[in-house]
Ligand binder design. Structure first.
Ligand SMILES: Nc1nc2c(ncn2[C@@H]2O[C@H](COP(=O)(O)OP(=O)(O)OP(=O)(O)O)[C@@H](O)[C@H]2O)c(=O)[nH]1
Ligand SMILES: [Mg+2]
Length: 316
């Protein structure tokens, strides 16, 4: 097309073609980020990725909402809120769950399957050292993705961000622990999901895994449920203890029912949050830089070895 024609051509708005206006500036929507959108942060800073996994309704989005609530009230686990590119995304997850809504039972929107914008960004700074903030991404994946992953190693390999995550956080639904009809199945699903992740090489000897029993307010006084939870812990340790880098267990009440006054909103997050900021597979299991056998390691490990070699004048 000639330049003249280009300049005189009218844009027919009815055809759905809009003229590009250089005066328009793209602002961040503040909503959760897609992987592509997240690169502007992850390419300029070290980011810890925390992947929340577990069945539909187990409380993944609520945990993210609860973190945001906690930071609005002050520091969490010794860390201060230092900013977020996804404040709207946090707000969306929070508004239904607010205690101010005066509901006895908290409610939360389901995360839709295939949602591309799933990364919530949090910048935090240690209270004792606020000048070096750290970036975190929380991946809020729909529980339906994990239902498929339980049943198929191939589907497990497709779970977004699983391979890249620094922390794999498996939530086991606490409301199922108090129900005889559901708890065996919840245990089976947790074991199968871990097995599927290991068989698809998404989790392994360098993985940091947290198993969280959610909705602690519902089972805190239920001895049968607490005993059953002990049996889940033993089964997980027995089967996967040697296959995973680290497994920890905790109870969390992200958004407790308002009737259970003794359990505060965000119960349990204080203890677990600092390790999500501080630990990652590279820091927790430092590799031997001159070890030739890097089988099973990620690209970054190869980069680390090659970088160290170059620095010390060893040719490839
Ligand atoms: N009693 C109680 N209910 C909770 C707690 N945390 C979450 N819930 C409720 O559990 C339900 C499911 O929570 P979500 O956070 O949406 O679960 P999810 O894992 O994100 O579910 P999907 O997005 O469908 O995969 C909601 O009704 C929450 O209000 C808690 O600590 N105590
Ligand atoms: Mg959700």
């Amino acid at each position: 097309m000639s330049k003249e024609l280009e300049e005189t051509q009218e844009v027919d708005i009815d055809d759905g073609v809009e003229a590009e206006d250089d005066s328009l500036i793209d602002f961040y929507s503040g909503d959760a980020l897609s992987v592509e959108e997240s690169r502007s942060i992850s390419m300029s800073s070290r980011v810890q990725l925390i992947l929340l996994a577990g069945a539909v309704d187990c409380g993944k989005s609520s945990l993210i909402a609860s973190l945001f609530h906690c930071f609005q009230n002050g520091p969490l686990g010794g860390y201060l809120f230092a900013g977020s590119r996804t404040l709207v995304g946090f707000e969306r997850r929070c508004h239904k769950a607010r205690v101010a809504s005066n509901r006895d039972t908290p409610t939360m929107d389901r995360t839709s399957f295939g949602e591309k914008r799933k990364l919530l960004h949090l910048k935090v700074a240690q209270k004792s050292n606020p000048s070096t903030p750290k970036h975190l991404f929380f991946a809020d994946v729909s529980g339906e993705s994990f239902e498929d992953a339980i049943n198929s190693v191939d589907d497990c390999a497709q779970v977004p961000l699983l391979r890249r995550s620094d922390h794999f956080v498996l939530l086991v639904d606490g409301s199922k622990m108090i129900d005889l009809a559901f708890r065996q199945n919840a245990k089976k699903e947790a074991l199968l999901l871990l097995q599927s992740c290991i068989e698809s090489n998404r989790l392994g000897e360098r993985s940091l895994v947290d198993v969280i029993f959610s909705k602690y307010d519902l089972f805190v006084h239920d001895d049968t449920a607490l005993n059953f939870i002990e049996s889940i812990k033993s089964a997980i340790k027995g089967r996967f203890g040697d296959l995973l880098g680290r497994i920890r267990f905790s109870n969390i009440a992200a958004i407790p029912e308002t009737g259970t006054k003794a359990i505060k909103l965000g119960y349990g997050l204080n203890e677990i949050f600092p390790s999500w900021v501080e630990d990652n597979p590279g820091s927790y299991f430092p590799i031997e830089l001159y070890n030739e056998n890097l089988e099973g390691c990620c690209e970054f490990d190869y980069f680390g070895r090659n970088y160290a070699r170059r620095e010390s004048g060893i040719n490839e």
